[in-house]
Design a protein. Sequence first.
Length: 618
Amino acid sequence: MSDDRSASRRRFLAGVLGTSALAGCNSSPSETTPSETTTDPEPTTDPEPTTDGTTTNSEPSVERQLAVSLETVDSEGTTHVEVTGQGSHPDGIDRVDVSFGTGETVVRDREGPTETEIEVRRPVPGGQRYGVEVSLVPTDGEAISRRGLSEYVTRPRMREESGSTVVANYYPWYGPDRHRAFVDEPVVSDYDSRDEAVVEQHVDWATEYGVDAFCASWWGQGSWEDETLQNHYLPNEATDDLEFCILYESLEMLGEDLPRSFDDDQTRQQFVDDVAYLSEHYFGEDNYLRVDGRPVLYFYAADQLQGDVEAALAAAEEAAGEELFVVLEIVDWRFPTTHDRKLMRAADGVTAYEMFRSIPDIDENFAERMASFYPEWLLAAKDTDCVFMPVMMPGFSNRMINDDYDRPELTRSEERTRRVCEYTQAYLDPTVDLSFVTSWNEWHEHTQVEPSEEHGTSDLEIIRDTISEDEFDHWIDDTVALTLSFEETVKESVITGDDIPPADDRDLAFALETITFEKDHEAVVEPYNIGPEGPEPHYSGGVYAQASSEAKSWRWLGGEDGSVTFVFDEQILEAETVELRGFPVTGGLSGTLSLGGLELGSVDFGERRSQSYWFELL
């Protein structure tokens, strides 16, 4: 994938300000080219005629002005926000202060000239847009300040390879008398995971259609699948052309009794022993899939994990003799929970095996409904220093394996499969650009993309033309995040007087009803009505389920960290103000709204009644 971040995409802040101009003037930034940053004509030194025919060499007047542009540039693997521009002040310039949304302020002393050039570059960690405030401080008088917002800066990339990586879940469990339940008919005859020709055909198709790796289902030391991989799959020279990793079947290895806890010594030791075995027999293979130099381990059915997961993973890494890149399969048909976030902090990546729900209308708008959960998972992964890896699946039916042909199923449709792939591509995490496919050959549940007599290579062709492409747009690049932080929150039990279990006792601060972005007193986008009627922004952090009365609906905000982030399309940057409407959980609470790390303002919410609070945007 090509990277145009260093190709001078600039944010421009400029203006000639009169004596009444105030510091922190809020105007919406726009994009321009560097040649447009000059706001005053070139000064002239030619003599000026007077009324009596003589000439004078009067100096041109100096105006109060500040013109600045922002640019994100890559240098030696690190992304920087660069601020350049010019400023002038008739009273002389004492210094220039450049404050970044990272919390860092760079001071450039000038000591008196009336004009100055500005050039400051600072590294940023990525994962957001960055606000910048530039203040020209005169020797005497009021400062001139301008604010702006950078483009979205991606976190450092973990894969050296450019473009996307497509990993298909692979099942090496087929034999002459094993797993013979096929919903469709494979193109490959005499289907056997230990057959050399079958393996070669799988690799040929995968490499031809843009599948970069297989994630092989593993059922324990000495299992059929283990022996198949070690003695038949890996010795086949054809597999050298395709990366692979292990899908750890935790329900088989750690038991199906839920929840499973890593505080149980036997459970933890089983996992540690398995990882040590995998390290000895698989991780050292030249074509083992690695992210950030670490072997990928896919942990299936991880959502019910309890106990000290972080300590268990650390013990497993010690047994392996190296750090792992652990992908937890926890993404589901819901928004991330507090428990999910705890797991994400312990892991390196999260994904879904299949986004399916056994509900009667699952076929209706499946792609759009599936994708509606992806933004919150992507944002939660970013907040917990984790990576989100979306999944593509062409269909799903477990009627055959459950012997229940009245169960809902996701029927196959090329048009819908293409939409699923397009959403999968859009919500790729730019840190790795890695997605999973469920599945290459899980024929029992009708999720296979391997060619069949019924569907041919249609699914693989769609994968090749969408998620395996090297150049595409990321949804998150075109978003803008506002963060509302609270001075304090109040436990729900304190407000209600009810006896609420600690795990369910919510930290509350403010009930949000609507968000409106305006310019010239008119909405620039449709107002966000919080509740069933929508539309709503995307959220990350301290936000709870919808609540309502007969007259209105809202969401409680707060959370353990006392902050919530709203994510919008970048169209809101056309607005001048944002209005938040709602009510505090109790009187005496306050909050601060920020954009790109720069505070837009603070507010005391007052008494508990519904009212509006306005903030000026950058």
